[in-house]
Design a protein around this ligand. Structure first.
Ligand code: HH2
Length: 286
């Protein structure tokens, strides 16, 4: 498949989480319709430029998505998704051969094409439920995988989210998906868990999950939080424009870090990095 790949996917989560400090995962949506940056990075060179800026600002991973999962969004075809993400992965690695790239997909075909092009992490918002083949792809590649909680599916998930006990249900779901991944041959040390902020959740559900995040941290896997610019931050802060929800985002990042999350999927890398540097120093984790 053309270009040489940068690594043999020998990379494990351990290499990330044992490094100094928290890990910033910079968001790069190569979509026409993402809620805060849709249509901005459709051109692969522009997308690569954005990735390189985020890396220079302190992102340790770039998470590339070719399909929006915003509430109400429609799926795209696998071919379309691959044609959006693979050229961007190639363009980034041409400029920055050591860049760690994660692909935000639930499709095995897209994950395979992305890993082949040099991505090193799979970020699956369906936690290996969306495509029966993905678990085998991830296990075979020996790469880290992010398993995220979602109630329902993007098209309808925000219509009437309901839980009896959101923390218990999300925790039990994630524990179950981690066990499933391990049963399919994924190494435990390659698993990252994510409560799925905004995925089939009211503002109250999101806040409860962030408040009680240690229940998920206690499962023993690294925890990623993706609150960046999301609707509930706009609602709580009164900031309507998604791109301006930086202060609310940074607050969620810092408070999640205090509760034990170690990976943060964000659009605004610099602000989150600076806040985490301060928080780490105050908490004595610097
Ligand atoms: N959130 C979004 C997409 N992917 N992956 C993980 N692991 N965690 C998240 O919270 C998460 C995610 C949605 O945000 P965004 O990518 O900014 O928007 P869109 O889905 O509209 O492309």
């Amino acid at each position: 498949m053309g270009q040489t790949t940068r690594q043999e996917h020998s990379f494990g989560v351990g290499d990330l989480v044992t490094g100094p400090g928290p890990i910033i995962v910079g968001i790069l949506n190569v979509t026409p319709d993402s809620f805060s940056d849709g249509g901005v990075f459709l051109n692969p060179d522009k997308a690569a430029e954005r990735a390189i800026t985020m890396l220079s600002e302190g992102a340790r991973v770039i998470d590339i998505g070719g399909e929006s999962t915003r509430p109400g969004s429609d799926p795209v075809s696998p071919e379309e998704e691959i044609s959006r993400v693979v050229p961007v992965i190639r363009a980034i690695l041409t400029e920055k051969p050591d860049a760690m790239i994660s692909v935000d997909t639930y499709r095995a075909a897209t994950a395979e094409a992305s890993l082949e092009a040099g991505a090193g992490i799979v970020n699956d918002v369906t936690a290996l439920r969306g495509d029966a083949r993905l678990a085998a792809v991830v296990a075979g590649a020996g790469c880290p995988v992010i398993l995220m909680h979602m109630q329902g599916e993007p098209k309808t998930m925000q219509q009437n989210p309901h839980y009896d006990d959101v923390v218990r249900e999300v925790r039990d779901f994630l524990a179950g998906r981690a066990n499933y991944a391990i049963s399919m041959g994924v190494k435990p040390e390659n698993i990252i868990l994510d409560p799925g902020i905004g995925f089939g959740k009211t503002a109250e559900h999101n806040l409860t999950l962030l408040r009680d995040l240690d229940a998920i941290v206690q499962l023993g896997f690294p925890v990623l939080v993706g609150a960046s610019r999301k609707r509930f931050i706009g609602t709580l802060t009164g900031v309507e424009e998604a791109r301006e929800r930086i202060i609310g985002t940074v607050t969620a990042t810092v408070m999640s870090y205090e509760r034990g999350a170690t990976l943060f999927r964000v659009h605004d890398v610099r602000a989150n990095r600076e806040a985490l540097a301060m928080a780490g120093a105050i908490l004595g984790r610097g």
